[in-house]
Design a protein around this ligand. Structure first.
Ligand code: NAP
Length: 497
């Protein structure tokens, strides 16, 4: 069950949101009374409530906004109990001061905004001993293993327990709470109005992650990156899993560069079935894998890991996706075209994407030139894949059949930028922008206006995700669903942070 936290300053807004949530099928709501400005009218909020509530009134030290005295706060909580609230949240230091009364269930909670303490079992035992119907522990995750310790603690507990890790690193524990037996998880009314670090909105929890469909056997996939909050892979993969009816969930794992070894060594404890890998881990994961496909060996970078009984296998779906996208675009416009039909290509950028594209095009016999702001990086790729390297300023000097933007220039929010001035574009060029957010970058728009053939980053993104889907689930991916999900996510006014 998803419990939606409502934190609003005015009673009428709390009541309106509560009613709206109940109409949307939400069956439990947390009323954060510490957000109410002025006198808290507990009775007003509880009478005619449209669905059960947890009443919470947090002090600032516990991450709340309560500014009144402690005496007043205890009075608010006691009043909620007298008014018959279904649950009341009592922090561990006040649980003994607020006696059990009537039918109200007691959630005894503990928050740590700095760390996840080493002995969660001892903490849990102490909280359970405070006449708890439910134990709630929310702690900051600083390491990927904090999440595992939290989930394992919840799974082992006899008293119903909601255990979540806070922060971006801890976000997966919120989605997997039910999988380990937690009676509910917390989400917010709106993605942008988080009440604790790492929270997500209830619609995302329900519709993207399908929280209520996650059970003990649900397989766990995800994307490992740092940062990861901007990644649209969860939207795309979860939509595909839902459409295909596969019992699996795909999560964003924020793992700092230096913690990737620790994260992968804990893979069996989640257990993880597959991972998309992106910045900054594409190269550093390689020594931690047991099997590498030919593309990974040649490119020296992986964007996909598959966890098998025999070990971790690494694949690279970017290179194949780039060439497939180019080929499909060429064939769409000329059904008689054979192969790539491209002789010379200028690749802008010398990062992981540029290397995958340059490698894939070289393998198809294309004459590739890489232009990079940091010439050394372009030279390195040139030496590895057998192409040319030029300085960024030299990118306009020669004409090319095909231009590939493999830099983030033009990506949201810098949508007014282009890596290649319009005056140097030619109508005979194929212009391939790997940026997918937005799909219609300035480069794409200007190239289209000149009549160039276009390949977008959305096409490449969907194709690389589709290849991952095939690898992991051994069946055809619902590519239209993936494309629609990606387009909806990039088009929505509120871009992920
Ligand atoms: P990366 O490894 O960080 O490389 C980024 C490259 O862009 C570097 O060469 C960097 O140059 C260059 N760059 C950054 N800002 C620049 C600027 N303002 N002007 C000129 N060059 C600039 O990143 P990556 O993994 O290769 O990804 C690059 C882009 O490819 C991403 O932003 C994404 O949009 C796109 N991508 C798309 C897909 C897809 O499926 N559609 C897949 C992967 C990547 P320096 O070395 O000088 O910093």
């Amino acid at each position: 069950m998803i419990c939606v936290s409502i934190g609003r300053g005015r009673h009428r807004h709390v009541i309106a949101e509560h009613r709206h949530l109940a109409e949307q099928g939400i069956r439990l709501v947390e009323l954060r009374l510490d957000y109410i400005q002025g006198n808290v009218q507990v009775k007003r909020l509880l009478q005619e409530r449209p669905c059960p509530v947890i009443v919470t009134c947090r002090r600032v030290v516990d991450g709340g906004r309560w500014e009144g005295s402690e005496e007043e706060r205890l009075l608010v909580l006691r009043t909620a109990i007298v008014e018959g609230a279904e649950y009341v949240d009592l922090e561990d230091d006040i649980a003994a001061k607020v006696p059990r009364y009537g039918s109200t269930k007691r959630i005894v909670s503990h928050h740590d905004f700095h760390k996840t303490p080493p002995d969660l079992a001892a903490l849990h035992k102490r909280l359970a001993g405070l006449d708890a119907d439910i134990v709630k522990i929310a702690t900051m995750a600083n390491h990927p293993t904090d999440n595992l310790r939290m989930l394992e603690m919840v799974r082992a507990s006899k008293v119903p327990t909601v255990g979540v890790c806070m922060g971006d690193i801890g976000m997966p524990t919120r989605v997997l709470a039910g999988r380990v037996g937690a009676p509910f998880t917390f989400a917010t009314f709106h993605d942008d109005r988080v009440l604790a670090p790492g929270q997500i909105g209830w619609r995302q929890m329900r519709d993207v992650y399908r929280y209520d469909a996650i059970g003990p056997k649900t397989r766990v996939y995800g994307v490992v990156a740092d940062p990861v909050a901007h990644s649209l892979s969860p939207v795309v993969h979860n939509a595909a899993l839902a459409a295909a009816g596969i019992d699996a969930v795909y999560l964003p794992f924020r793992v700092p560069a230096e913690q990737i070894g620790e994260f992968l060594s804990g893979a069996g404890r989640w257990p993880l079935a597959g991972l998309s890998v992106t910045i900054p881990h594409k190269e550093t994961v390689l020594p931690l894998t047991t099997l590498q496909d030919d593309l990974v060996k040649a490119i020296g970078a992986a964007n996909t890991l598959t966890f098998k009984p025999a070990g971790v296998s690494a694949s690279n779906t970017d290179a194949t996706a780039a060439v497939e996208s180019l080929e499909a675009a060429i064939r769409e416009q000329d059904s008689t075209a054979e192969g790539l039909g491209v002789k010379t290509t200028l690749v802008l950028g010398a990062g992981g994407a540029a290397r995958a594209v340059a490698f894939a095009l070289r393998r198809r016999g294309v004459d590739v030139t890489v232009a990079s702001r940091t010439l050394e990086r372009a030279k390195k790729i040139a030496a590895e894949v057998g192409c040319k390297a030029i300085d960024w300023a030299a990118r306009y000097r020669l004409p090319y059949d095909c231009l590939v933007n493999a830099t983030p220039v033009g990506m949201h929010p810098n949508v007014d930028e282009t890596p290649f001035d319009k005056e140097h574009l030619r109508s005979y060029m194929i212009v391939f922008d790997t940026v997918y957010n937005p799909e219609n970058t300035l480069l794409v728009k200007e190239a289209r206006s000149l009549g160039c053939r276009i390949v977008t980053g959305v096409d490449m993104f969907v194709r690389q995700a589709a290849i991952q889907f095939r690898l992991w689930h051994d069946r055809e991916p619902p590519q239209d669903v993936m494309r629609d999900a990606l387009k909806r996510a990039t088009a929505s006014a509120k871009q992920p942070a």
